[in-house]
Design a binder for this molecule. Structure first.
Ligand code: FES
Ligand code: FES
Length: 160
């Protein structure tokens, strides 16, 4: 039995030793915003935050989440209010089929949490584990740039 938080809600689950976090999220808890694709840690479509850090949920075992906090794409918005990164992806059309999008958004949100005003190199490094099969990188990078601007503006407003 493990006990952990997903999107600020406490869960207690019985998991097998071989159950991956992605299986728990999608198969048991119906949190299907996190996508499964390559299954070998290459594409980033299964990215979630584990104690605030991005991880591939296809490579993370469910038991490793005991006592931790998991945030999925479903947990980024606050009620009806989308996360600024989600808004930026919508505004810039930063998706085509959308399969990579939740992973891209999670990686970007983690980056902006750690580095409020990242340079191009930091953005590329943060997204290096996220692949887009539709190759829509132009609009994705535009969305990330817009997200950076929104987040740093929000932080400035909050600090006074
Ligand atoms: S499905 Fe996990 S990295 Fe591709
Ligand atoms: S939008 Fe289709 S994989 Fe990225």
């Amino acid at each position: 039995m493990i006990s952990f938080f997903i999107n600020e809600k406490k869960y207690q689950c019985t998991v097998s030793e071989t159950m991956r976090l992605i299986d728990l999220l999608r198969g048991e808890l119906a949190l299907t915003g996190t996508k499964l694709s390559c299954e070998i840690g290459r594409c980033g479509s299964c990215m979630v935050l584990l104690d605030g850090k991005p991880v591939n949920s296809c490579l993370t075992m469910a038991y490793q989440c005991d006592g931790k906090r998991v945030t999925t794409i479903e947990g980024l918005a606050e009620g009806e209010q989308l996360h600024p990164v989600q808004e930026a992806f919508l505004q810039e059309g930063g998706f085509q089929c959308g399969y990579c999008t939740s992973g891209m958004v999670i990686s970007t949100a983690a980056l902006l949490d750690a580095v409020p005003n990242p340079d191009q190199e930091q953005v590329l490094e943060a997204l290096s584990g996220n692949l887009c099969r539709c190759t829509g990188y132009g609009s994705i990078l535009r969305a990330v740039g817009t997200a950076c601007t929104r987040v740093s503006k929000e932080k400035k407003e909050m600090s006074g």
